[in-house]
Design a protein around this ligand. Structure first.
Ligand code: TPP
Ligand code: MG
Length: 573
């Protein structure tokens, strides 16, 4: 035990956890600790809105495999975190939200900036620590950091603001990483049996492969079985896109190759995937989920095993360790005991056929020469110019969703899409956080013009903090994804979906960043390359037409029925 102030104990514990960057907005609630961030070696990145601080922490953690940390003022600074913490929860990002709260001496009296900060985050965090006494500040901070990584999700450290003050005796614990295993031996044996007997095994790689840093082990398993690999929705970087066994992503605006291949599986190995409902819905009219297949699901979270899709074997384990254990078991049996190796040529021919069909369909869809530029053409030009080491984040919107077909990666840890929480405004701050974590890699966000309104203030942060992230803003003059529902279901009645935009490149320049506007396909590639290599933040505004792809939620919409006389004409049949 060492005598120190509780602010010192808190900051020393952050240092012990390896924290070097914290995102937030300054506030008196934690200024006593903030004051010593610089001598502790912690950079405080001052942002424009706390929601974006938490998104930056998310992007930082996804790009670095370290914790992302955000902090804010009690009350409004903390409630501003909520959307981003929910997003981090569904992205499985180890974000640590430090939430100073109203002083303990007056809690409950309705003083300044007071709200009960624990219930708000209770369903979107993996762990909540309330620092009930100053002398527990280091211990509880340590516990939160440990759980965030072990359970892959956001945690909260709630600290009454008066608990930063005063002297305590504290012990600073070294960072703790809890090792994961491959899963239970019996389940692994059963899974190996299923894989050995399979005629058409398909491997489905999810975020767990990326987060568990198990890409090599997963690839070795696929190559041993010569089994095609599909990636789960928005985890396109879980398997190298150029690999001969790669089929591309499942889910909304994903790869038809992946869907047509998994539809033929007799055994599916889902490695590091919760098989989320949105990511496994039928697409393009293809009911691809193989209901009759035997499914093996591996996940580090036991609660998702068999939750959405029924499974034959659920393995509570780490994707990397499980891939290694399964491959060991299969190798020990010898190649002659692996049924699918007998028909490897037929399976390879089928994969090549499906890939050729989809790639030529996609090429046709992307070749349009229209003015204004078709979104798919813009996406193809961006794809062609994408630097090999780029990190890409995508927002929620029609064009960003269509981008799923055009984002291909060779390296894990390159794609940080807004995951199942699906909030507009995710991509740009996430790209900023990723850039802070990996300054040597280009960090590129795809965002629609509507969502850009939620994020553009952070261009100020990029300028102030010298974060050369790139925003590719698709300017189609509409909240397109939602307008598509009005087109398909509401007789083209546009309520709240048309946008009258200023020049986003011009705004960027006024903020001190670079701004480029492109409107023809031939300009797109050069503009992206210039932005990706610039030492300044660039807003690349891509002027596109209003074409819209399939809506997100055909599964959840129906044409409106109106019963009251005054609304009768608003019925659609
Ligand atoms: C925070 C938030 N608000 C609203 C929505 C609903 N929503 C989903 S997509 C979308 C439209 C996105 O428009 P834009 O960013 O311009 O992209 P586009 O669809 O035009 O490509 C909206 C409003 C949401 N997902 N998140
Ligand atoms: Mg738009």
């Amino acid at each position: 035990m060492t005598r120190m102030t509780s602010s010192e104990a808190f900051v020393e514990q952050l240092v012990a956890e390896g924290v070097t960057d914290i995102f937030g907005i300054v506030g008196s609630a934690y200024m006593d600790a903030l004051d010593i961030f610089p001598p502790a070696g912690i950079r405080f990145l001052s942002v424009a809105h706390e929601q974006n601080a938490a998104h930056m922490a998310d992007g930082y953690s996804r790009a670095s495999h370290r914790h992302g940390v955000c902090i804010g003022q009690n009350g409004p600074g903390i409630t501003n975190f909520v959307t981003a913490i929910a997003a981090a929860y569904w992205a499985h990002s180890p974000v640590v939200a430090i939430t100073p709260e109203a002083g303990s001496a007056t809690a409950g009296l309705g003083g300044f900036q007071e709200t009960n900060q624990l219930p708000i985050f209770s369903d979107i965090t993996r762990y909540q620590a309330h620092v009930s006494r100053p002398d527990r500040i280091a211990e509880l901070t340590h516990r939160a950091f440990t759980i965030a990584m072990a359970e892959r999700g956001p945690v909260q450290v709630n600290i009454p603001r008066d608990h930063f003050f005063g002297e305590i005796d504290a012990a600073i614990a070294p960072a703790q990483r809890i090792e994961r295993g491959a899963g239970g031996a019996k389940s692994l044996d059963e899974a190996a049996d299923l894989l050995a007997d399979a005629k058409f095994p398909v491997l489905l790689f999810g975020g767990g492969v990326v987060m568990g840093q198990g890409s090599k082990q997963a690839r070795d398993l696929a190559e041993f079985l010569e089994a095609p690999v599909v990636t789960s929705y928005l985890h396109n970087d879980a398997f190298p896109a150029s690999h001969p066994l790669a089929c591309g992503p499942l889910g909304y605006q994903g790869s038809k190759t992946a869907m047509r291949i998994i539809a033929q599986a007799d055994v599916v190995l889902a490695l590091g995937s919760r098989l989320g409902p949105f990511g496994t819905l039928p697409q393009y009219g293809i009911e691809y989920w193989p209901d009759d297949a035997r499914v093996i699901q591996v996940d580090s979270d036991d609660r998702v095993l068999g939750l959405v899709k029924s499974v034959s074997v659920g393995i509570h384990g780490d994707a990397r360790e499980a891939a290694t254990a399964l491959l060991d078991r299969l190798r020990n049996r010898g190649a002659s005991a692996i049924a699918c190796l007998a028909n490897r040529d037929g399976r390879r021919t089928e994969l090549e056929k499906q890939r050729t069909d989809w790639e030529s369909e996609l090429a046709d869809l992307s070749a349009g020469d229209d003015t204004p530029m078709a979104p798919r053409r813009a996406l193809r030009e961006l794809e062609k110019a994408m630097p090999a080491d780029a990190m890409v984040t995508t927002d929620i919107g029609n064009i960003c969703s269509v981008a799923n077909s055009y984002l291909r990666f060779e390296t894990p840890g390159s794609f940080f899409a807004a995951m199942a929480f699906g909030n507009c405004g995710y991509a740009f701050p996430t790209a900023m956080g990723a850039k802070v974590a990996c300054p040597d890699r280009p960090s590129i966000a795809y965002i629609g013009d509507g969502a850009w309104g939620m994020s553009l203030a952070e261009v100020l942060t990029c300028v102030r903090e010298e974060i050369p992230a790139v925003a590719v803003v698709f300017n189609n003059g509409q909240w397109g994804a939602e307008k598509k529902n009005q087109i398909d279901y509401y007789d083209d009645r546009y309520v709240g979906t048309n946008l009258d935009n200023p020049s986003f490149a011009g705004i960027a320049k006024a903020m001190g960043a670079d701004g480029i506007t492109v409107s023809s396909p031939s300009e797109v590639g050069d503009a992206l390359r210039a932005a990706a290599t610039s030492s300044r933040c660039t807003v690349l505004e891509v002027m596109v037409g209003q074409d819209l792809a399939e809506p997100f939620r055909r599964d959840a919409l129906k044409k409106p029925e109106r019963l009251l006389e005054k609304y009768k004409t608003y019925t659609v049949r």
